[in-house]
Design a protein. Structure first.
Lengths: 361, 305
């Protein structure tokens, strides 16, 4: 136990004495948040989407639909005919156009499912990330009201207004996931340097157990992960008022599981690298696709279909999804259980391969 | 005398290369035992097997009565080790590294006393990366002593150091022996083996070819002295062997060593011959035979090519 404690302290001392490690772990993710935050800046009140509404149905249900949409504070609703509104969308004057087709009221009264069309510009990230969920929510509420005995239109304005609106809210949990991934993957680098410099060999000539050595660095990295996450959450809260709505224990659990998964992945990848010079490019090659194909910066819907299997395979997608759900209550891609399962599977596979192929010399 | 290290019929191959083939030796309590030989002779492999960080193909090794193959951790707890390459946590300070290594053992020596022993008191707060080569080497010797071991293994402890640092380290090693500890070193420096070791095993191609005290090794193989010189043209070994007093001749790259049991006679005969045949004889000097000469005699080549 004393050995473990001394090793942990030695890890910490070496970490704080290396400026590069401090920068990548703490400064870099904060930079990301500040820069993206500035780009997508604007509080709730400032967020304003020009939304066109085209009603081609004269039933009272269709009218109620427009009332419901008018109540969304983030929308500036323009009601017009189809040609004018679609032209306005093409000209960039609208972010989205919602079309209630003729026969909408009639279908519903007869109990048949019917469509509402939404046109939007997919190159506008915020359209996809923010507009669509809001519109979906409105329609869901509307739908639920119709099928139930509740008042015809019951809009859960609290949920809608308070959250799921700003790009920064989506981004911060993603950046957190990204930071944990980088922390985990690159944590193996000092070990590879120690191996190259024969420090590991020297340790092998002492009665120190390998398991004690590895577990002390793993625990150290988990501590760093928690500090890093706390810092990111705190800065995002102070500067951009990004909330932490969910359960802190779930959050901590996913942070730890995510870090462990990427730690194991880093150790596994180090088996393919002779030294630090070959390890670094390898880690880069692995981390970049994960960064850009996990929905942190670009919504998954924007990606070409053939990329989809990759996006569905990488663990970062699932970590970011759960962190988003917990922190800002975003619409889930998958349930927590699925995310947990996929991350756990990645962890188990990487761990087994790491134990099997990690080279001590 | 009690043997603290016993090695019997040790063998180790890497793929097709026999690194160690049938080596047996003893290291006794309170002695400095050296393995002398060129790079690649199998010294490091042998030492690392005894330390328990490498596995032998066959043979028996016991350290302080403990079987290394069966109880490597128990052996490691009781020995001190310095590896050939020294690189220790560049961002930790001298006293931090000492404390870290001390924590690996059930009991440890006084760290401040060890730092004093290796003369690093002024550098105790220095980070390892800022130490000179000699200081790093002394630190790694201090680390080898941190668990107060009975046997210490030093792999080329003065390799690449300047003469002063080398003498410092010899002083430390002799002090350690004075404390009743046994020291097992490897070296490819003749001078080091001759000056420092109580007994030397000469190793070549994975085999021990002679073991004894340095002086005894020399006197066993040479009653004569060595005369070294350079010649402006090559002569046959036989011509030189015919010179009176000469017992043996070695020529290498224009450099000649003749061994003679009658040095004054041989030297004057050599000078006469040079005059008669009209070639130049330069840089002549006479010295006692050394371990290097023993190595040369036994293997036909110098230890450092």
């Amino acid at each position: 136990m004393k050995t473990f404690r001394v090793l942990l302290m030695a890890n910490a001392k070496q970490f704080v004495r290396e400026r590069a490690a401090l920068f990548w772990t703490f400064v870099f993710p904060i930079f990301f948040i500040l820069i993206f935050g500035a780009v997508f800046s604007g509080s709730m009140e400032d967020v304003n989407f020009e939304v066109g509404l085209v009603i081609e149905d004269d039933s009272s249900l269709a009218q109620n639909m427009s009332v419901a949409l008018e109540q969304i504070p983030a929308f500036t609703l323009t009601i017009g005919d189809r040609d004018t509104e679609m032209q306005a969308l093409r000209d960039g004057d609208r972010r989205a156009v919602i079309i209630v087709n003729a026969g909408f009221g009639e279908s519903i009264t007869q109990g048949q499912p019917t469509d509402i069309d939404v046109y939007y510009d997919p190159t506008q990230t915020s359209s996809v990330q923010i507009l669509l969920p809001i519109i979906q929510k409105v329609i869901d509420n509307f739908d639920r009201a119709l099928s139930g005995t509740a008042p015809l239109i019951y809009l859960n304005e609290e949920t809608l207004q308070s959250r799921n609106l700003r790009a920064i809210d989506y981004l911060v949990p993603g950046i957190l996931a990204m930071a944990l991934m980088q922390l985990g993957l690159f944590a193996v680098a000092p070990i590879v340097v120690d191996r190259e410099n024969k420090v590991l060999k020297r340790l092998g000539a002492t009665p120190l157990k390998r398991s004690t050595m590895i577990s002390s660095t793993v625990v150290f990295n988990l501590i760093v992960a928690v500090i890093q996450a706390a810092l990111i959450i705190l800065i995002a809260r102070l500067v951009f008022d990004v909330p932490m709505l969910g359960n802190w224990f779930y959050l901590a659990g996913f942070i730890l599981l995510g870090t462990l998964t990427f730690l194991a992945m880093g150790y596994m990848l180090s088996a393919f690298a002779r030294n630090e010079q070959t390890l670094m490019p390898l880690l880069m090659i692995v981390q970049f696709p994960m960064m850009f194909l996990s929905g942190i910066f670009f919504p998954l819907e924007m990606m070409p279909g053939f990329m989809r299997p990759i996006m569905d395979a990488i663990p970062l997608t699932y970590l970011a999804d759960s962190l988003r759900q917990i922190m800002v209550e975003s619409a889930p891609l998958h349930s927590h259980l699925v995310n947990l399962g996929v991350l756990g599977a990645w962890f188990a596979v990487c761990l087994i391969l790491a134990v099997r192929f990690f080279k001590w010399e | 005398m009690k043997a603290v290290v016993k090695v019997d019929h040790l063998r180790k191959s890497y793929k097709d290369i026999k690194a160690v083939s049938d080596i047996s030796f003893r290291v006794y309590e309170g002695e400095i035992f050296g393995m002398l030989g060129p790079n690649g002779a199998g010294k490091t492999t042998t030492m690392e097997i005894v330390e328990g960080i490498r596995k032998a193909d066959s043979g028996r090794v016991s350290v302080l009565g403990i079987d290394v193959r069966k109880n490597p951790r128990q052996v490691k707890s009781n020995i001190g080790v310095q590896l050939q390459t020294t690189s220790l946590y560049p961002r930790l300070t001298v006293s931090e590294v000492m404390a870290l290594f001390a924590s690996f053992y059930p009991r440890s020596a006084s760290i401040s006393r060890l730092i004093k022993l290796v003369d690093l008191e002024d550098s105790r707060k220095k980070r390892c990366k800022n130490l000179s080569g000699g200081q790093q080497q002394r630190l790694s010797i201090a680390l080898a002593l941190v668990n107060n071991p009975k046997v210490i293994f030093l792999d080329e402890p003065t390799s690449g150091l300047d003469p002063q640092s080398r003498h410092n380290i010899w002083g430390i090693i002799e002090y350690v022996r004075g404390k009743g500890k046994s020291v097992f070193i490897t070296t490819h420096y003749m001078e080091e083996a001759q000056r420092l070791c109580d007994r030397v095993a000469i190793v070549d191609h994975g085999k021990i070819i002679a073991t004894d005290a340095p002086d005894k090794l020399v006197s066993q193989h040479f009653q004569e002295e060595a005369i070294e010189f350079e010649l402006s043209q090559k002569l046959d070994d036989d011509d030189l062997r015919a010179v009176s007093g000469v017992t043996n001749v070695v020529q290498e790259n224009g450099k000649v060593i003749v061994y003679s049991n009658a040095v004054p006679v041989t030297v004057s005969a050599l000078l006469d011959m040079a005059k008669q045949r009209g070639f130049e004889l330069t840089n002549l000097y006479v010295r006692r035979a050394t371990l290097e000469d023993v190595f040369l005699k036994l293997t036909g080549r110098r230890i450092r090519e």
